[in-house]
Design a protein around this ligand. Structure first.
Ligand code: MN3
Length: 254
């Protein structure tokens, strides 16, 4: 691996958990190319110049969600699609140093107050960045089964029972025309609801808190399921990380 001094400093500081990078100095060209880092779990492909926003390490191996989500899908989804959203988000905000302290969630919540020329890029790529971070974390190879904790009671209260919730969620995912997401959100009114959004639109755009969501873009399932989105939606419940979903619910309540 050919690592120049600048990249080495960035990699080193990442390992130490300290990122001090003046990304206002970064030109768009810095975002091209990549380096491969190894950790105990994965080969993580990171953008050569990390920028403000970074990839979270995938919390399991690419093949860990087999047979429900195949290895090749995970490799492309994490390494290409998710990484692409991150790079484009970094590129969009690099021109505006005054935004450097904002989280991706804050950028989405305040989309209409952003400079007009980056609103679409932040909506799409900030959404893609935040949505996928959640997506990796709410899945686990030891997943499935029934909800636990406070979210279990809340689901029963809002949807009758778990099966009623699953049915509603699957129907919303199947009914999303084209690309998008299906969500369980905590709405402004404090109530749980199932919604669907197009493209990479985040529930944060409308002030709803995303508790859990499934990606129904074809890139999420087509290699294994082809046109059978319904089969993917059914299989996906086997990898849901309910403790993490419950953690997100408790966070949303607080
Ligand atoms: Mn995706």
């Amino acid at each position: 691996m050919n690592v120049n001094r600048r990249n080495f400093l960035i990699l080193l500081s990442t390992t130490l958990g300290v990122i001090t990078l003046d990304y206002s100095q970064i030109s768009a060209d810095d975002y091209s190319g990549s380096v491969t880092l190894s950790n105990s779990l994965n080969n993580i492909k990171l953008a050569k110049n990390l920028g403000k926003f970074q990839l979270i390490p995938l919390p399991y191996e690419y093949d860990a969600l087999e047979p429900f989500i195949d290895k090749e899908t995970m490799q492309f989804h994490y390494g290409k699609h998710y990484a692409g959203y991150m790079k484009k988000l970094n590129r969009a905000i690099a021109q505006y140093p005054e935004l450097k302290d904002k989280s991706a969630e804050d950028l989405l919540l305040g989309l209409n107050s952003l400079p007009p020329d980056i609103r679409t890029a932040v909506r799409n790529n900030g959404g893609g960045y935040v949505n996928h971070k959640m997506f990796w974390e709410i899945m686990t190879p030891n997943g499935g089964g029934k909800p636990e904790g406070k979210i279990a009671f809340a689901i029963d209260e809002s949807f009758g029972n778990f099966d009623g919730f699953k049915e509603k969620f699957n129907a919303a995912g199947a009914g999303r025309f084209g690309s998008g997401w299906v969500w369980l959100v905590l709405g402004n009114d404090g109530k749980l609801k199932v919604i669907s959004t197009p493209n990479q639109d985040s529930p944060f755009l409308t002030g709803d808190y995303p508790i859990m969501g499934n990606d129904v873009w074809e890139h999420a399932y087509y290699l294994r399921y082809q046109n059978r989105r319904g089969d993917y939606l059914n299989a996906w419940w086997n990898v849901v990380n309910w403790p993490e979903v419950n953690r997100r619910y408790e966070l949303a309540l607080s």
